[in-house]
Ligand binder design. Sequence first.
Ligand code: FUC
Length: 808
Amino acid sequence: MIPRFLTRIFTTAIGLSLSLTSLSMAENESNALLWYREPADAWIKALPIGNGRFGAMVFGQPEKERLQLNDVTVWSGNPQPDADRKDAWKDLPELRHLIREGKYDEATRFANSRFNGPAPYNSSYQTLGDLLINFELPDKNISEYRRDLDLAQALAGVSFRSGAATFRRQAFASAADNVIVQRVVADKKGMVTFNLALNRVERATTRFVAPDTLVMTGNTGDTLGYEVHARILTKGGKITGNPDGTLRVEKADDVTILLACATTFKLDYDGGYKGGDLSLAAKYIEAASSKSYADLRTAHIQNHAKYFNRLSIDLGKQDTETPTDKRLASYHGKPDPAFAALFYQYGRYLLISSSRPDNPLPSNSQGIWGDGLNMPWKCDYKSNINYQMNYWPVETANLSEMHDPMLRMTANLVKPGGKTARAYFGPNTPGWVVAYTTNGWSWTSPGSSLPWGMWFGGSGWMCQHLWEHYAFTRDKEYLSSVYPTLKGAAEFWISQLVEGKDGKLITSPSSSPENTFVSDQGVRGSICEGATMEKSIVWDLLTNTAQAAAVLGNDEDFRKKVEATRDRIRPLQIGKHGQLMEWGEDWDDPKDQHRHVSHLFALHPGHEINPLTSPKLAEAAKVTLQQRGDDGTGWSLAWKINFWARLRDGDHALKLMSNQLRYTEELKTVMQGAGGTYPNLFDAHPPFQIDGNFGFVSGVNELLLQSQDRYVDADAPKEDRYYVDLLPALPAEWATGDIRGLRARGGFTIDMSWKEGQLSTATVRSVKGGIAKFRYSGGVLNLKLAPGQSISLNKAQFLKAPKETATQ
Ligand code: FUC
């Protein structure tokens, strides 16, 4: 019998006490481990490391090691303050009129010709460059090869034998010291010989600044400049500069390569996104060079582990005998709960590695990892699902601080978003709005043809995150700091909702992200009035804004106005096929299997639909999901896991997981079906898109714990209070398990263990003190916890507790 602590997906930093010069593989042995028997011969097999901002893909080739480098700020192009079409608002009445008249094809043509922006959308996230290490090995025949990525310690390791020597490498990206560190040792003296190059495909110059240091400087265009330093520290052997601008190390015993990067980027709309200090790269390198490898490594592990170890999950014993790619290949159709737990912790690892609290930009559609100069979809922040999905798990998976870069980016969008609001909706329009995407330069414009452009839900959806951060942290000072941003987004919509034919409030023009409809007259279109998603986002935004005003008690008149407006929004509608309607009219095609299931926003990540309080709408949402099917792109599958979890059907969610964990090496863009997972466990749209990794983490959280259902507390009617549902959608296959450190709204941290599909115990802790109703198996327990208090609950207590009946 394996002791419990050996099977948990979390480790203590076991490497710390081991000899640091030996760098034995045992240091990389934990249960949260990806490992392989072959080096990566493709990018989707390389392993990612990152300190939030600065990262690398480690290929692990014995002779030609490549660290493909990224920095989250490396965007091409420039800010585009003129991207909005000037005076577009003058055409808005005509567009609304065409739509009201049902002239959808004309409206589409009109929107495409009159509302597209004058500036092309062409900035892309880009690679920072490559560190290439060409080793001279004693023998080209390699044996005992292995590479791995330890998620708990954030260490990427490679080991193999060549000739009589065993070589070991270890790489990590340290947030503690702002450097990437690559160590190379052999078990025989004088065996480490290599040439090292630092380069980039364009706009880069590399030079020596010292016998042991290379510096690459360059830019991505007119706005962003960067500087990368690579320094080699050796024990034994010698370092020389080669005439071709590379460095050579000969016959060293032990080598540490340090890399640091700085860019001119600053998240500052008024300052033109300039002002970042390039001299930081040299400072980071100097400071790190004065430390021992052991100290750098210890500081890094501690820094990473403080986040990673906040949450552990055990869904059964990890198979440590089978390489990760082989486990992935056999998961589909033969689910392995422990592998799902590993994939879950990998998502948390990726979040910690791509969105540290001080990141200048949030995690983009590839996190921070991406090769090339023009990445898929520019690798931007698509605000019609993908960007927000990246941040769904942050609060629940106990990584709340990782939300900060996104929350700051939202505040930075208020100014450009105000300009967009006034350009498209009129000079007196209050507040701000963001359309379907944003990028490193805070793009806010709808300027793209339909069915992408002319969708304005981005800002409202981003604001959900401002509110959720409060709902989990209970930090009123923070809430008051973001209240003006929430209020601005709400004011925009209050000024722009229009009365539909039924007198209810709807949005117009309106679309349902990237999908099309066929009207009753047989006209295919994508622009209409009253599509479901935007109005659901506005409902959510107004609800959150009113709740924020209530909690802060600072804006009573506005709160009343917000609530009154919210209550006039057209309710969600059920259509003739029993589905939740996607459009303002009952146009849904039951055969439509479009990847976006936008109209279920109210089920997840919204909370307007809940099987306990709105069972008819929940049933309609289920019909929609059945019609849409169980396939999709990577992120679409991940969203469906979350939907089925909210419908409390864990077994159905498991089917989606099985589809998402489908081994693929497909690199071409595929828009329908084909979602899966690459050998390095990156989510495959295809191509690689990290949202699916994060959406999966969120989905698992939703299966095990939910807290979105609010209630009014008669003693404190202005406070937001939540039901906390324990194991609301546990899949039958996950009969026994244990999770520690999940977070719930209301500021609770929860540990749970279960057996035979039934809750055994739950421990609830409250940091700031809190009140909530805990629900399990129909029983409801009212809890009031003092700051720092924790309490244990078990199944028997819930079975004895009073039940609350469903309403609608
Ligand atoms: C949206 C999605 C696509 C893709 C892209 C980045 O446009 O519809 O599937 O994920 O964003």
